[in-house]
Design a binder for this molecule. Structure first.
Ligand code: COA
Length: 445
């Protein structure tokens, strides 16, 4: 069976930066360590006044197509995943194609375009759609462009305000991919939940604490479902486990649960038994409360053990480095985590070809998906093209008053016209409204 997976990846950040411990925390009267240590975030990326989900998506896709030497004819499908769409009918992918047609010869008139919605998991679902389209033999030798793009803004003073972010991830899905092959095996955990939603409103209604619990519950179900088709998982099986990362503190919780699950009935559990006992089993307890108390004690012990700390440092920590500097990119977040992991391996000169990643995607509402990815020969050449550090370093640093203004400028219910804080260069920009209320875009040299 020919391998199908991700051939190339590009990350595009919003051009502004908000310092969380330095600028946000003092205004909120909070300890800066709540952000750096608790949530695990140093900064959020924000869009300047001329940026939005279309410009970021088109800029990421432009860069990807340019460096891969692709023409519109090479692309048979453009799917955009977003939870920040501004139109209930016309998909963001049509706007993105329109932008790209301004800079490439040819057009996308024979490409299938769509938009995927299921909170933050929609980017992974679009990958799955592209994979299935290619596997079904309907691609006529063409590749799929999948773009996850979001402006993850919360209402001012919502607890989620600390975890905002804005950016896009573009991925080229193809046969014989250069980066990773996707596993046919997948596991799902899905239930009707009310943890985070946007019922025809721009900023989300969020039950933050509940969303954390729902994330963990669905992720556990997805892992069990994955194991039912792929066999038991073990911590040593995976070079990295990139999780959906609304904020790195969320992943700290998910990783600990995952490790406990994967080490149950293994030599690792036995090895740790002298130090923290064996894992509590429900059948040994008279009631649920006693069992859950024992589980909590076990987890508290587990997170301090050397085997767990070493595994976390190697397998999880490298997935978080970009998220710490950009915040939550919703649909792009798990794809940012994968890029972080591969980037860290590249920088350390690790030989990753043939190694496996386990991806844990999640979307509120709620659904988790687990699948595996195998790193391909030649992945280093792809990684060498990423310019994430350069992009992050060149963001404009927002003062508090500028942050307040830019948040208002992006608020659909406010009519605020502000000066750009940065000067666009070699990128698409928002260029005002058209006759039917459509958004217009222009490429700036
Ligand atoms: N030093 C170190 N850690 C600190 C700290 C300090 N001074 N102050 C707080 N913390 C820790 C807390 O203990 C907590 O960690 P824990 O959960 O491991 O105990 C973490 O920082 C966050 O603090 P908390 O008081 O829970 O923050 P909050 O009430 O402002 O809300 C969220 C946090 C995540 C609920 C909120 O940001 C939110 O609603 N986010 C949007 C929804 C979301 O992203 N959900 C995730 C699933 S998709």
């Amino acid at each position: 069976m020919t391998a199908v997976g991700i051939d190339a990846i590009e990350v595009w950040t919003g051009n502004l930066r908000l310092d969380l411990p330095g600028t946000f925390a003092p205004q909120k009267g909070e300890d800066p360590e709540k952000y750096t240590k608790g949530l695990g975030l140093n900064a959020s990326s924000f869009p300047d006044s001329y940026e939005d989900i279309v410009t970021m998506a088109a800029n990421a896709a432009h860069r990807l197509m340019d460096r891969k030497g692709l023409e519109p004819d090479d692309i048979g499908r453009i799917d955009v995943a977003t939870e920040s769409a501004f139109d209930n009918s016309k998909p963001v992918s049509t706007y993105v194609a329109g932008c790209l047609e301004q800079v490439f010869d040819g057009d996308f008139h024979h490409a299938n375009k769509g938009e995927r919605k299921f909170a933050c998991i929609a980017g992974t679902q679009s990958l799955d759609d592209a994979y299935n389209w290619i596997r079904a033999g309907r691609n006529r030798g063409r590749a799929a462009l999948v773009i996850a793009t979001d402006t993850a803004l919360y209402a001012r003073d919502d607890p989620g305000e600390a975890t905002q972010g804005a950016g896009a991830v573009a991925m080229l899905i193809d046969e014989d991919p250069a980066l990773v092959e996707l596993s046919p095996e997948q596991g799902y955990g899905s239930a009707d939940e009310t943890d985070f939603l946007k019922p025809n409103q721009q900023f989300p209604s969020v039950d933050g604490k509940r969303s954390v619990q729902v994330y963990l519950a669905r992720m556990r179900e997805a892992l069990e479902d994955y194991e039912s088709v792929a066999g038991d998982t073990h911590p040593d099986d995976f070079a990295f486990i990139p999780f959906h990362t609304p904020f790195p503190g969320m992943v700290r919780k998910a990783a600990l649960l995952g490790y406990r699950h994967m080490t149950r009935d293994t030599a690792i559990e036995e090895e740790l038994a002298d130090e923290i006992g064996r894992q509590p089993r429900p059948e040994a307890f008279d009631d649920d409360e006693a069992y859950h108390d024992a589980l909590r004690d076990y987890m508290d012990g587990l997170k301090g053990t050397d085997p767990y700390r070493e595994w976390y440092a190697e397998t999880i920590e490298p997935t978080l480095s970009i998220a710490r500097e950009v915040g939550n990119w919703y649909t792009g977040s798990v794809h940012v985590a994968r890029a972080s992991a591969l980037k860290s391996a590249f920088e350390r000169g690790t030989d990753l070809a043939g190694e496996t990643l386990l991806l844990g995607s999640y979307g509120s509402g709620a659904q988790a998906e687990i699948h595996a990815e195998t790193v391909r020969e030649g992945w280093e050449e792809e990684l060498a093209q990423l310019n994430v550090d350069e992009q992050l370093d060149s963001r404009y640093e927002l003062a508090w008053e500028e942050y307040e203004e830019i948040h208002d400028a992006h608020n659909h219910e406010m009519d605020v016209d502000i000066e750009e804080l940065t000067t666009p260069e070699a990128e698409f920009v928002f260029d005002g409204w058209g006759r039917m209320g459509e958004r217009k875009y222009r490429y700036v040299e």
